[in-house]
Design a protein around this ligand. Structure first.
Ligand code: C2E
Ligand code: CA
Ligand code: CA
Ligand code: CA
Length: 277
């Protein structure tokens, strides 16, 4: 069987077959997950140089009744391929908006913006901006409380349209960050041509701090941010050493396990309360 698989791998590659089957299973599972409310939002804080919370990022979680927790890096791509991302994306928006409204009702002091990750396919839709702004108005959410993270692939479409959409968001008061900065093909072109509030230095660069190669790149990214007056967040900060290095290079905003992992909402609110005390 092994040999047969090898001879006609283009069609019958067992690995490929498995992945198609897996994908179909994930797709089926995602539909059920939507119906049965198996998704949840975790929050990971963003902090300043003193470790004080300045906001957070909402990250979707899928808790499957049999397989347990399934990572968004597994199911988001499948959701995108199957178009389910639109429904899931709407669910995510509503869930985060719901939390924001609850926090207002609970009289929790605002502690910064909550960032929502927007997938390429969501952002590309003609009605994305309209729907997002309508949702904000409907829920009476203060725009300062919300920001959006887009990856380079999310804005891969036509630059003109992208610029118009980003301007609409920013004119409405919602800040937009470029996610995974430095990992795409044209990070610098995006910074040049698009109205952005800032960018997030990808974790792979932070991981490499200490390498002769990664370190000057991080330094340069921070310098670009400074000269362009953009906000720069370093992602994936895991050690005190990385934190200290980044601070010495002038970085002002941080996120990573060193401060806190993504947490369920109650745990997150406790964390914020302790952090602000
Ligand atoms: P991302 O937007 O770059 O999110 C950062 C990822 O790094 C998260 O993984 C987070 O849990 C993880 N992380 C944070 N700090 C550290 C650290 O110090 N060390 C390490 N090793 N990892 C850290 P997560 O939650 O598994 O999400 C993976 C990706 O899935 C996200 O990457 C994003 O692209 C996508 N994703 C997650 N939630 C959503 C969502 O609500 N909507 C969309 N469209 N995509 C999402
Ligand atoms: Ca993100
Ligand atoms: Ca990122
Ligand atoms: Ca990423």
């Amino acid at each position: 069987a092994k040999q047969a698989g090898r001879n006609c791998y283009a069609v019958y590659d067992p690995r490929m077959q498995k992945s198609i089957e897996e994908r179909m299973q994930v797709e089926k599972g995602l539909r059920i997950a939507l119906e049965q409310n198996q998704f949840g939002i975790f929050y990971q804080p963003k902090v300043d140089a003193s470790g004080r919370v300045v906001g957070a990022e909402g990250l979707v979680r899928w808790s499957h009744p049999e397989h347990g927790f399934i990572s968004p890096s597994v199911f988001i791509p499948v959701a995108e391929e199957t178009g389910l991302i639109h429904l899931i994306g709407e669910w995510i928006m509503e869930a985060i908006a719901g939390d924001l409204v609850r926090w207002q009702d609970m009289k929790i002091e605002p502690f910064g913006d909550i960032a929502i990750n927007i997938s390429a396919w969501q952002f590309g839709r003609a009605d994305f901006i309209e729907k997002t702004l309508a949702g904000i108005r409907l829920n009476n959410i203060r725009v300062e409380q919300l920001s959006i993270e887009v990856t380079e692939t999310a804005i891969l479409g036509d630059m003109g349209t992208t610029r118009v959409k980003l301007n609409q968001l920013r004119n409405a008061g919602i800040s937009v960050m470029l996610d995974d900065f430095g990992t795409g093909y044209s990070s610098l072109a995006y910074l040049k041509d698009l109205p952005l509030d800032g960018f997030k230095i990808d974790r792979t660069f932070v991981e490499g701090l200490g390498d002769a190669q990664a370190e000057p790149l991080v330094r340069s990214m921070l310098s670009i941010g400074k000269h362009m007056r953009l906000k720069v967040v370093a992602e994936g900060v895991e050690s005190k050493e990385q934190f200290d290095k980044l601070k010495a290079m002038g970085c002002k905003l941080f996120q990573g396990y060193l401060f806190a992992k993504p947490m369920p909402v109650d745990e997150f609110l406790m964390w914020v309360k302790n952090n602000l005390e």
